[in-house]
Design a protein around this ligand. Structure first.
Ligand SMILES: [Fe+2]
Ligand SMILES: [Fe+2]
Length: 194
């Protein structure tokens, strides 16, 4: 690329709006790493939901798992639009997520412990995306649009796991199919619609 500084109006306007672009970018890459790591760990947790009771839980974890993949995908285009890149080192990307707490419990098929981990992951994601909403509200509509759609799905995921753990009604039906991602499908169109 030429040494000449490229004039990126899509970033200039954000600065004029008072956005700290570096802070948004840093949080966006961090949130993407959490979604990516959670997708991986949910894959393993789901596989350990065994027995009669585990069968029903598998389906709920699957819905949340595929939506985490959608959340990761939803971040990518915006990271590059803002002038960022994903870390070259995948290990660094996973490490920055701090998601080691999602490793299998002891024993690995303890359903209640698996559900508690899932709930904790969803609650962390709510905090992450709420932070992004606050950083961008009224100043960066493109990033805000993504953040608020992901946040809505995370709030739904939290309610699913709370219902399973504590019988607190979630007030909604299961997804029509795993990967439906009702709020983020438009941000993750690279994943084909089932
Ligand atoms: Fe997520
Ligand atoms: Fe989630």
């Amino acid at each position: 690329m030429s040494e000449e500084k490229i004039n990126v109006v899509g970033i200039n306007v954000l600065r004029q709006n008072g956005v700290d672009v570096d802070e948004v970018l840093k949080l966006l890459i961090y949130n993407a790493s959490v979604e990516f790591a959670a997708y991986y760990y949910f894959t393993n947790l789901r596989a350990h939901c065994t027995g009669l009771e585990g069968e029903g839980i598998k389906g709920v974890i699957e819905d949340a798992r595929l939506e985490d993949l959608s959340h990761f995908e939803s971040c990518i285009q915006r990271i590059y639009e803002l002038g960022g890149i994903l870390p070259n080192d995948a290990m660094e990307f996973i490490r920055m997520s701090g998601c080691e707490f999602l490793q299998l419990p002891t024993p690995p098929t303890n359903l209640k412990e698996i559900l508690k981990k899932c709930l904790l992951a969803e609650q962390g994601a709510i905090v992450n995306w709420n932070k992004m909403c606050n950083l961008t509200l009224g100043k960066d509509p493109a990033t805000y649009d993504i953040a608020k759609d992901i946040l809505k799905e995370e709030i739904e995921h939290e309610s699913w796991f709370m219902e399973l753990l504590y019988s607190r009604p979630s007030g909604h039906m299961r997804r029509k199919y795993s990967g439906e991602r009702p709020h983020t499908h438009k941000h993750s169109r690279a994943i084909s619609q089932l």
